[in-house]
Design a protein around this ligand. Structure first.
Ligand SMILES: Cc1cc2nc3c(=O)[nH]c(=O)nc-3n(C[C@H](O)[C@H](O)[C@H](O)COP(=O)(O)OP(=O)(O)OC[C@H]3O[C@@H](n4cnc5c(N)ncnc54)[C@H](O)[C@@H]3O)c2cc1C
Length: 443
């Protein structure tokens, strides 16, 4: 260990901070090799750590639950800031409809507490049972994004410790607030590169009163998927959730959780929809569709299975890279055909989960040890399909380490490099010493 490193660790100890030394691996397998892991208990701890990092020019990487699917928490020799001790729900305001929280609260814990008051925080990434409110930093989407949008639609205000050690509050816990540049949404999705979120005011709403019914749509082939989605859109039907699992993903779920789901050749779509819209949905007549309604217990079960499908794919197929492409919905049919062609070209199964109602697809690129380069090539080819179809390389997971070059490529193809320069200038403005989650995202 270098002399400075001893000094940093001793200073952290002198500050009375809880620390540990270990290597970690994030959910998807990226290595995290910090110099030290620090567990701040509150904002003052974060300020002290940042000041120290600034003095010694050592990088800081915030860690929520490490469920990033892009290498966003990977690091080598950094101070890893494990935010999970900052997990207090500070205020639930049922008149102004917000909750004030620390960032380390697990999403499901937050919703469990809110439900006691008849409220909820709608964004539900499938990792809801693991991930933290740190999802503000990824602008996570999720299964109900179709109806409720992504995290950005639910953040009212933030306290942030800047890389200088100063603290700012951006936004107000108000439904309307038109004062100054929208810095709240600059921090949303900034992946820990601009500062550390220490407190958040999140919009909440009452739990839905209207009954929501769950249906499963079995598909004879994948081509029918796009036809079905187009028809739902054409008819102006607005489900709350519309999730797709292909046969490989269903097989994984069946094996991992002994769930006995029917494996239709084209996979299945889970739909949650307000009861009065069901008839319109059932009226859709397309060859190759079989729509089945399920009861409340079945609905809970299928939601859980879909949430844990990523875990199942990992358990059954091993290592994977998770794509996160989003295409204009009008081009879903082309995207599906091109993904199928790519799978055939590489002769590899490519389990697909998709927030299909948003045009957001997660093909999983499977690989064994030694196949990383091949997997990387496939990963790029999938992402390029999205770019070519007028879509985007990331709908919700973000950029992290894995999509840095692809981000550049997308902006280049769209003749928009100037925008990237503006982003780089923003990073320099906030973090002149480049200590906050460096070499990721915009670099
Ligand atoms: C099984 C599974 C299913 C998933 N499903 C979805 C899905 O449906 N939709 C979706 O959008 N995503 C999904 N994801 C990926 C998603 O990005 C993460 O689950 C979530 O956004 C990350 O939460 P986390 O608490 O684990 O944060 P981490 O992975 O620990 O961190 C993510 C990023 O946020 C930064 N960060 C964390 N806390 C802070 C903070 N306090 N201040 C500043 N920066 C911070 C980190 O530095 C990092 O850049 C899934 C992941 C898994 C494993």
């Amino acid at each position: 260990m270098r002399g400075n490193n001893y000094l940093i660790i001793n200073k952290l100890k002198d500050l009375g901070l809880e620390i540990s030394f270990e290597e970690r691996t994030d959910f998807i397998g990226f290595k995290v090799k910090p110099l030290v892991i620090v567990y701040p208990q509150g904002e003052d701890d974060v300020i002290n750590i940042v000041r120290l990092a600034r003095e010694f020019r050592i990088s800081i990487v915030p860690w929520g639950a490490g469920t990033s699917l892009t290498g966003a928490v990977s690091c080598d020799g950094c101070i890893l800031l494990d935010m999970r001790r900052m997990n207090k729900i500070l205020e639930i305001n049922t008149i102004d409809w917000y909750v004030r929280v620390q960032p380390g609260v697990v999403l499901d814990d937050l919703n469990k507490e809110l439900s006691k008051y008849g409220f909820f925080f709608p964004p539900d990434p499938a990792s809801h049972y693991m991930c933290t409110v740190g999802i503000i930093a990824t602008d996570a989407g999720g299964m109900r994004a179709l109806k409720y949008g992504t995290v950005k639609d639910w953040v009212l205000a933030l306290r942030v410790v800047l890389p200088t050690g100063e603290v700012i509050k951006v936004g107000e816990p108000l439904k309307k607030n038109r004062t100054g540049y929208d810095l709240v949404h600059l921090f949303v999705g900034s992946e820990g590169t601009l500062g550390i979120i220490t407190e958040a005011w999140l919009r909440i709403i009452p739990l839905p009163k209207r009954k929501v019914q769950t249906l499963i749509v079995y598909l004879d082939d994948m081509e029918t998927l796009a036809k079905f989605v187009y028809e739902v859109r054409r008819r102006g039907i607005m489900p709350e959730l519309m999730e797709y699992m292909d046969p490989y993903a269903i097989n994984a779920v069946n094996q991992a959780f002994n769930s006995g789901l029917k494996v239709a050749d084209g996979g299945l779509v889970i739909i949650m929809i307000e009861e009065d819209l069901i008839d319109e949905l059932l009226n859709i007549r397309i060859n190759g569709l079989n729509i089945v309604t399920i009861n409340e217990e079945g609905a809970r079960r299928i939601y859980e299975l879909r949430s844990r499908a990523g875990e199942a794919i990992k358990a059954v197929y091993g290592s994977f890279y998770s794509e996160d492409i989003t295409v204009p919905i009008s081009r879903l049919a082309e995207a599906i055909i091109r993904l199928k062609e790519l799978g055939d070209k590489y002769r590899k199964p490519m389990p697909i989960l998709a927030h299909i109602g948003d045009g957001n697809m997660h093909p999983h690129i499977l690989y064994k040890p030694g196949e990383e380069e091949l997997a990387q090539r496939m990963y790029y080819e999938v992402a390029r399909i999205a770019i070519e179809l007028g879509g985007t390389i990331s709908g919700e997971h973000g950029i992290g380490l894995q999509k840095r070059e692809l981000l550049y490529e997308q902006y280049l193809v769209r003749n928009n490099i100037k925008t990237l320069e503006v982003m780089k200038n923003i990073k320099r403005l906030f973090d002149p010493n480049d200590i906050m989650n460096p070499n990721k995202y915009i670099y």
